[in-house]
Design a protein. Structure first.
Length: 700
């Protein structure tokens, strides 16, 4: 990314800003396909699917649009929804189709604008993004010898160094003249894995040869790097054929539909920037939707190829920037877990108590309403610990599932505002965001609650594993809300990347899922080499259930003989359970509430021997809310593990055995500092205190 100052009207999404700062691959995406290319909700489903395709192949998606006077590079879910509804809901006129010519006018008026290929290239170049994926570029229109109708995309390719990965030029255009124009402008055109033939958008074959044929992302990235080294200002066209399984059955039918649509546009006097949306819509109607389905498939395929090219280009830059003794990139924390919206109701006055003049009162009656307060906040264990770790200074991404609903938009917005990377949020079709709704009496005690968490069962194991591969994190945190297959898949990929794995058990019924995943994987590997989970953070009840289940599954043995060698200030049951789990989890951080924390870790002189220590609690000035203390403590542990990796510039997991290199002294110091985050949560009405900051865990 260039060191020049960015324009004030340019807004980079947090995930895009972090990725660019870290030299990670980013792929720009246009927005006219959302506003002018498809009806709602197919347009937003496609936009999300394309972004997910980019993320699944290791890059950060950056959809570009003009919103409220700013050029947004990377859209949040609420912005995507707004653009999709305003455009694809039959109101495309409410969204300006913005090429280079239109950018300044739309921004100065504060209008909602969707960027074309040329407009997106301008934004990508300003942000420092080198690769852009779209469906097809604009070009020379049929009959241009009479109308002089030539897309601004071609002129932009001649002057802006951004590679455009596409399926060629749109089929409604004059392809031979488009290639001639690009040659005149000095724009490299690459036929990618198509035998040197320029694809014809809906079909792989056009009968036209491209100047260059390439078959790997690395070849394309090498061309782009060399072009930049030479100081050439032009972009490049990377023309990717539509996958054969998605190509329409009859190319002749497509061509007839295109010819008919062009003739109709001429007869109706439709020209300029309104021409392309009309032609694409008309061709889709004439082909009974076949062209639209093909369009969706080729856009996703182009996004995949663009991500691989961007990854190769980023890899070349990293190899040039770093020596072999320096980390190639900042390795973040990846949290894989649940996200929910918490709705908390509290009755203000108990009528029975008021009538009796007492502080107690009768139980709340059914089938009636009471005055009180209702609060809505973003929660869920995974989300809580991710946000806490981010506020405490760690680079954090969250892999979770939310619905395409208002609650999902709220969750995504809150995470983005905190700077959490949200590109791995899954949005399962037809699912709604998890909700935990609780009713409290006047004294604050829980009366009843409803937990609708079904979406957690829809978290995709392949996509969660792909998130690990995409980020190469130094720390992976799992909460037990996610299904066992997801836990197993993430553990396998985390081990391949040498990541420290932290497991948050979440609840007594759910906590044993990780043990089954470990058993299925052939055991934990013990405290030495091969451990799959390095740190577990149970509370007292979860510790008991984990110890019972580990014994039942043959993953642990009773450790009664070692009890007398350990910290005797703790309850013998805690000591026995903690020591029984030591072979399964090399480090245990046991949350004991008002009694503080118990920690177990390997002895420095003999890693097969556990050392248990009791960390006394820090006392809050007053307790306002106890719901987020445990999650805040875990988030602080993640932040300090991440800081440890950054400060030492080496992996947390060292040696071929992949063991966690933490001594009893280390883990005790980490927990002592982490308790400050728990205290901040206790003293705050918010689950995760907004006062959290890196300075809280800076020093002893």
């Amino acid at each position: 990314m260039s060191a020049r100052a960015l324009p004030a009207c340019l807004r980079l999404a947090p995930s895009v800003r972090v990725a660019l700062a870290n030299g990670e691959p980013v792929v720009a995406l246009e927005s006219t396909i959302i506003s002018h290319g498809m009806p709602y909700p197919q347009n937003i489903d496609t936009a999300r699917a394309v972004e997910a395709e980019v993320a699944a192949h290791g890059a950060t998606p950056a959809t570009v649009a003009l919103v409220d006077g700013r050029m947004h590079v990377g859209l949040g879910d609420a912005e995507l929804e707004r653009l999709a509804r305003a455009g694809g809901g039959g109101g495309a006129a409410a969204v300006v189709k913005a090429s280079r010519r239109d950018l300044a006018a739309v921004l100065s008026r504060g209008q909602l604008g969707a960027t074309t290929v040329s407009g997106t290239m301008v934004a990508a170049h300003l942000a420092g993004i080198r690769v852009f994926a779209t469906g097809g570029i604009g070009g020379v229109h049929r009959g241009a010898e009479r109308t002089l109708d030539v897309s601004a995309d071609l002129a932009e390719l001649a002057r802006t160094p951004v590679a455009v990965v596409c399926a060629g030029a749109k089929a409604i255009l004059d392809l031979p003249k488009t290639l001639e124009y690009l040659e005149t402008c000095g724009v490299p055109v690459i036929a990618y894995r198509n035998g040197g033939e320029f694809p014809a958008f809906y079909t792989a074959r056009s009968g036209l040869r491209a100047p260059w044929a390439m078959d790997t992302p690395g070849e394309v990235a090498s061309l782009l790097k060399t072009s930049a080294d030479l100081g050439l200002c032009s972009g490049a066209v990377v023309a990717v054929p539509i996958p054969a399984e998605h190509a329409p059955e009859s190319a002749a039918e497509i061509e007839r539909a295109v010819a008919a649509a062009v003739a109709e546009a001429e007869a109706r006097g439709i020209a300029g920037k309104e021409c392309t949306p009309f032609l694409l819509r008309r061709v889709s109607e004439l082909t009974r939707g076949a062209s639209l389905a093909a369009n969706v498939a080729l856009v996703k395929n182009n996004a995949r190829v663009a991500s691989l090219i961007a990854g190769s280009l980023a890899g070349m830059a990293r190899r040039r920037q770093y020596s072999t003794t320096t980390l190639a990139k900042r390795r973040p924390v990846l949290v894989v877990g649940g996200t929910a919206v918490d709705i908390t109701s509290r009755v203000a006055v108990d009528p029975g108590a008021a009538a009796a003049g007492t502080s107690g009162g009768a139980a709340l009656a059914a089938a009636t309403s009471y005055p009180g307060t209702v609060g809505v906040s973003v929660g869920g264990v995974g989300q809580n610990i991710a946000r806490a770790a981010r506020l405490l200074g760690a680079d954090v991404a969250l892999a979770s599932a939310v619905g395409a609903d208002a609650h999902g938009q709220l969750a995504a917005s809150e995470l983005e505002a905190a700077g959490v990377d949200t590109r791995f949020l899954q949005r399962p079709r037809g699912a709604h965001t998890a909700v935990y709704s609780a009713l409290h009496g006047p004294d604050g005690d829980l009366v009843a609650a409803v937990a609708d968490m079904e979406i957690n069962a829809l978290v995709s194991a392949p996509r969660a594993a792909a998130a690990v591969d995409a980020l190469g994190p130094c720390v992976v945190a799992l909460d037990a809300n996610i299904p066992r297959p997801v836990i197993a898949a993430v553990l396998a990929r985390a081990r391949a990347h040498g990541a420290c794995v932290v497991f948050e058990p979440t609840s007594v019924p759910k906590c044993t899922a990780v043990l089954h995943a470990l058993r299925d994987a052939g055991g934990s590997g013990g405290s030495g080499g091969g451990a799959l989970v390095h740190v577990a953070t149970p509370n007292r009840l979860e510790l008991r259930r984990l110890a019972e289940a580990a014994l039942e599954l043959g993953l642990a043995k009773e450790q009664s003989k070692r009890k007398q060698q350990q910290d005797c200030t703790l309850d013998p049951g805690v000591v026995g359970d903690a020591l029984a789990l030591f072979p399964v989890f090399p480090v245990l951080v046991v949350k004991l509430g008002a009694r503080g924390v118990a920690v177990v870790s390997p002895a420095p002189e003999d890693r097969s021997r556990p050392v248990l220590r009791h960390i006394p609690p820090l006392r809050p000035a007053r307790v306002v809310n106890s719901s987020g203390a445990g999650d805040s403590l875990v988030g602080a542990v993640l932040a300090m593990l991440h800081r440890r990796q950054q400060q030492q510039q080496q992996q947390l997991i060292t040696g071929c055995g992949h063991h966690l290199d933490l001594t009893p002294c280390d883990i005790a110091a980490i927990v002592q500092r982490a308790q400050r985050a728990a205290v901040a949560a206790l003293e705050s009405p918010s689950t995760i205190s907004p006062s959290l900051g890196p300075e809280l865990i800076d020093s002893d």
